[in-house]
Design a protein around this ligand. Sequence first.
Ligand SMILES: *[C@@H]1O[C@H](CO)[C@@H](O)[C@H](O)[C@H]1NC(C)=O
Ligand SMILES: *[C@@H]1O[C@H](CO)[C@@H](O)[C@H](O)[C@H]1NC(C)=O
Ligand SMILES: *[C@@H]1O[C@H](CO)[C@@H](O)[C@H](O)[C@H]1NC(C)=O
Ligand SMILES: *[C@@H]1O[C@H](CO)[C@@H](O)[C@H](O)[C@H]1NC(C)=O
Length: 568
Amino acid sequence: MDAAGRLPIVLASVLVLLGSSQYYTADAESRHVFLDWEVSYAIRSPLGVAKKVITINGRLPGPLLNLTTNDVAHVNVANTLDEPFLLTWNGLQMRRNSWNDGVAGTNCAIPPGENWTYVFQVKDEVGSFFYRPSLGLHAAAGGHGPIRVNNRPVIAVPFAPPDGDLDVLIGDWYNMDVKEMRRRLDGGRGLPSPDGILINGLGPYAADFTFKPGGTHRLRVSNVGTRTSLSFRIQGHKLLLVEAEGAYTAQKQYASLDVHPGQSLSVLVTAADKPKPSYYMVVSSLFVEPELFGVANVIYAEGAGAGAGPPRTGDAHAPLEDASSHNGYARSMEQARSVRMNLTCGAARPNPQGSFRYGRINVTRTLLLRNDEAMVGGRRRCTLNGVSFADAATPLKLADHFDVAGVFAVVSGRPPAAGTTRQKQPSLGAAVVDARYRDFVQIVFENRLPSLQTWHLDGYSFFVAGMGWGKWSPDARSSYNLVDAIYRSTVQVYPAAWTAVLVSLDNEGMWNLRSQCLDRRYLGQEIYVRVRQQGSSVSEVPDPRDELPMPSNALLCGKAKAFKLRRT
Ligand SMILES: *[C@@H]1O[C@H](CO)[C@@H](O)[C@H](O)[C@H]1NC(C)=O
Ligand SMILES: *[C@@H]1O[C@H](CO)[C@@H](O)[C@H](O)[C@H]1NC(C)=O
Ligand SMILES: *[C@@H]1O[C@H](CO)[C@@H](O)[C@H](O)[C@H]1NC(C)=O
Ligand SMILES: *[C@@H]1O[C@H](CO)[C@@H](O)[C@H](O)[C@H]1NC(C)=O
């Protein structure tokens, strides 16, 4: 069937879907978007081997969560799996609302066969993000999908409206069942190399992206994979980087861009006027041997012979003649440093996004977070400052709210001193760093391992001020970018290197700081940051900047069950 014949069918199904599962209402201030999402298992074989995957409304990737700044989303998630389930909104700020963040430290899981409605506002934000499951290794089975937060019409965007807007979810893929992945990690064995790379849930040559000849297309690329850094490129086209996780970047052209686990970015790609028969989108693995490739077809809508016939296997490797230049951590760090903010363009609010002069603000506190691996309780685990994180039966947020003691331990946010028991004997626990609302904090991630790490902070974006090799020291500040560092929520830390970020703690709540490599997080590489106002627990008149009250539909579990009648 040709493209013209297919079109009406596609349109019809979209309309039915919108009619049944999405509707809008508006109050004086915001639009409310209501969605019904059913989470279920399905069998898919993107690389020719059947695997039990997680779909949303039968799809992998799941439906686009398409919002506009200040919209309030109501996402009713029905869990038909045989296990408890949660989704988290990777990169959304969840202003004052860690209640809806959807991680084990903030929410009770949705029990099998039940549903729960997330309600959150995308206050003062724009950009490209994604959602994914947050418990165990569910995310290695899919369950993800793209998020767009569009500008309000009154806000200028620093580029012309594109002729096409496309979501591109890339990630490594394991044919292995998630239960087997879990068994391996529980047994102290690491994961093997992934089996391949998927683009929008599909294997080699299976995904199509349609370009308009001469048109400019926005591609919103997110790495939703298990743990592999990826290089993204389109044969015969340049990539103009314009956005990274909600911040508009200084626009710069690249032949290829690194996208580390959990990161999102937008590029503008201008299609040629006179297309060649076919082009490939190529996603290759970085820093793993053997190199893996994901390939999709770029088809010109009206181009003569576009997409004609299946491409010959092997063609996709042709554009990689300069593959050697794509390995190497030094090259990658250099590219990371070149990603900067455009200080003169607007953001979600009508003020220039660079108007916040972060370089002039005194750092009130430095957290030094050193990741490592160690035997903890007889198992090989990941640690952070000598603690391997273990989820408590009661979400930390609820324990905090109801004042239940003994659920989590407040830690200092510094590595243990050499020679101390904590340094010699890493422990298992639910670790929380306490921070004061309005503090301006420096977080230094120090990685002494030979593998790349990526870190993500929920509820915030941070300025990626510096990266360097070896050990961090306070003198490193002289090498920081204190003017136009990129403002994002997921950052990589190279092997035997450090990354320093600056963050203004203006969002109260219990926020997850986690490795975006699913295996490492599963093995304990995460922590929570509790941000609250000093001294003031309950004030008579709620401050509009205060955290939102506990939602009336909040699920209660663990030790919080006892408090059923005392909901605020
Ligand atoms: C997303 O929402 C915007 C604003 O409401 C709308 O213009 C656009 O068509 C939507 N995109 C998709 C793919 O639904
Ligand atoms: C479960 O879904 C139904 C409709 O599908 C809805 O009326 C109900 O509010 C949902 N329950 C929760 C706890 O969100
Ligand atoms: C920054 O944004 C402004 C305003 O939209 C735009 O005119 C300018 O070209 C951008 N600069 C860069 C380097 O991207
Ligand atoms: C930062 O610290 C310096 C020296 O301690 C002090 O002089 C300055 O006023 C502080 N700046 C701000 C904005 O607090």
